[in-house]
Design a protein. Sequence first.
Length: 254
Amino acid sequence: MSDLDAAQTEAARLLVADAERIVVLTGAGISTDSRIPDFRGPQGVWTKNPAAEKQATIQNYVADPEVRRNAWRSRLDSPVWGAEPNPGHYALLQLERLRKLSLLITQNIDGLHHDAGSDPDRIVEVHGSVREVVCLSCSYRDPMQVALDRVRLGEDDPACQDCGGILKSATISFGQSLVVEDLQRAEQAARNCDLLLAIGTTLAVYPIANVVPVAKQTGAGVIIVNGSPTEMDDLADVVVRGSISDALPKILGA
């Protein structure tokens, strides 16, 4: 039996049905049912292994070869490689079928929205993607699996094949700037939407969390779907609490 609030779920469904220009913001919570842990939750990656957070700080990563070696070892065993989209990811495709989706903004780096079939031209990955590797010194970019194959063959800290520079995943680490064009695109979409749907995020990570008050200030409706309270529940027209992979198919009619 579902533990979702039926009245809130129906209210969310009606808001989606009436909307024409919907912006979606997703966070780690949409991927936990795909067995990808979040970072700071009770079973989060950094909660269980605080040393792993050092790998996500650019200064530590650049300065310490041991941090990089540990990062490459952890990438080999990342749960992302065996993960598959769940019903929550697939439910969002309904918005594209109905031609209602303006933009899908995700804080996730796992690429599961792409795997589910969402239009890449409508996805903004504000924190980058673990599916690719980049050089910190030149424009070299390649699929992550190319670099991981080198690690499997014995390179514990593979260098750029073009310039010898440091390689890392194409994700935004602590200490790195977000892509200005991505933030501008997200804000513009939030200003022009008539409904914003925030899914699986505590809305505590800025500046991207600002799309919620931006949308609200311009008159859009706001739906928050999450397993626990968020910092912006008071801004929402509807809050649906519970399993995201259970809630979204009901809300989106998928």
